[in-house]
Every structure is written in C-alpha cells, then in structure tokens.
Design a protein around this ligand. Structure first.
Ligand code: ATP
Length: 229
C-alpha cells in the first residue's frame, strides 16, 4: 500500500442506550479495497455501518477519514466529505423523478444512463415508484460520476432480484477499481467473497479475524454464519 487507510474504526465501542453492541472494533479500509464484514445475526455488523456513516455515536474509540478524526462529525458532514451509505443513500427523493434525482448530484446524468439503461428508461418516473432494485441503483449511480471516498453498504442486495444484485456487485467492483474504499455487509456469501479483497469476521461486537479473501478458511466462514466463529 502506498497510502494510509482512507477509513478506520479504532477501538470503537458503541451501542443503544444501556446495551453495548460494539466492544472495541478495529477495522481499516484502504483505497481501492473491498472489505467484507461477515458474521452471524446480531454480531454488530449493521451497528458498525451506522457508526461508520455517523448515524450512531461512539461511546469510546475513534473514526478516521483520510487520517482526519471525524468521530464527532454528524452523518451529513461525513457524507459531504465522501462517505456514502447504501442502501439508505443520501438525497434520493421519492417525489422527484429519476432525472431530477440525478441532477441534484450531477450536471449531466448521461454517463449514468449509458451505464444503467434501465434508469434511462425510467428517467421521467418518480423515484418512489421504482422497484427496490432500481432505487438501489439510483442511490449508487451518482458514485459512477463522482466517486465517494468510502462506500458503506449494509445489505445492499436485501430483497432484490438476482439480476439487479449482479449489477450492484458489478458497480461495487467498478468503484473499487477506481479507488473507492468499500465496506460491505452482506448475507450473500458467494457474491460477497467474489468481490471482497479482504474479509473481517465479527462476533459479539468484536473482530475475530481479518485477512485476504484467499486465506479465508471455509470452516470459519460456516462458523461465522452460525455465530460460533
Ligand atoms: P443482522 O444481520 O441481524 O442485522 P448485525 O450483525 O448487523 O446482524 P446489528 O444489527 O448490528 O447486528 O445488531 C447487534 C445487536 O444490537 C443486536 O442484539 C440487536 O438486537 C441490537 N440492536 C440493533 N439495533 C438496535 C436498536 N436500534 N436499538 C436497540 N438495539 C439494537
């Protein structure tokens, strides 16, 4: 690696009210890298995404973006500095058309339409009337023209048709190749491992193992999903 990690969680402790979920999470993502965060239900993956995006405050630890301490920054400020959260996304307005939505981010949506023809076909349709998959594509689409520094994707394929899931993973790979750092939480292990450069296993609010995809032990993978990693 020639640069510093673009994004880091350092000894992060966080939770909801009295309940501590993250118990000292350390996780870094380098530019141009996809890190898949895997673990059983309740391990704390979504909570880690919420902390990364600035939707949930930490009770201890630090969040860094490009070396800058952004722990105290609210979500909108992180978003402006290049942290994109999917599927929620920022600024997909259900009452505006696809075209209007894209134009809130881009002066010229043409590159998006070239890459995602189904959005071109739906350009005059209100975003709120799109399928879940199309909305997900609309969320990620502006990143093709203006790549974020970090994309945090929490179950981006949940409930979507296989074809659009494939498209979304292809977009992730493309963004990675263009230098975006991706933190990906997914239930779909096969697709996730195909796109992941590195894997981090999480259990009971801690990272239990991290390493290159090629070094992932299949038993560990099974165990992660069963919650015994
Ligand atoms: P899943 O795949 O089920 O979402 P996860 O690894 O993403 O699993 P989290 O969603 O981060 O896990 O949940 C971790 C723990 O935090 C769980 O015990 C969950 O019940 C609890 N939790 C999650 N969100 C809240 C909330 N808003 N308020 C209180 N507790 C919560």
């Amino acid at each position: 690696h020639v640069e510093a990690p673009v994004f880091a969680l350092e000894s992060v402790v966080a939770g909801y009210g009295e309940v501590t979920v993250l118990r000292g999470v350390d996780l870094v993502v380098w530019p141009g890298e996809v890190v898949a965060l895997l673990g059983a239900n309740g391990a704390g993956k979504s909570t880690a995404c919420a902390v990364a995006a600035g939707d949930l405050p930490v009770t201890a630890g630090r969040v860094r973006l490009g070396g800058v301490d952004v722990t105290a920054w609210p979500a909108h400020r992180r978003a402006r500095q290049g942290v994109l959260l999917a599927p929620e996304g920022r600024g997909v307005f259900p009452g505006l058309t696809v075209e209007e939505n894209l134009r809130t981010w881009l002066t010229d949506p043409a590159p998006v339409y070239d890459r995602l023809p189904q959005l071109a076909a739906r350009r005059t349709v209100a975003a709120g009337a799109l399928s879940g998959g199309e909305q997900q594509l609309l969320t990620i689409a502006p990143a093709l023209v203006r790549p974020p520094r970090v994309l945090v994707a929490d179950e981006p394929s949940l409930g979507l048709a296989p074809l659009v899931v494939e498209q979304i993973f292809a977009l992730f790979a493309e963004l990675r190749d263009r230098g975006v750092a991706l933190l990906l939480v997914e239930e779909k292990a096969a697709e996730t491992l195909r796109v992941a450069d590195r894997v981090a296993f999480m259990r009971l609010g801690r990272i239990t193992w991290t390493g290159p995809r090629a070094e992932v032990d299949p038993d560990r993978l099974t165990a992660a999903y069963l919650g015994v990693s």
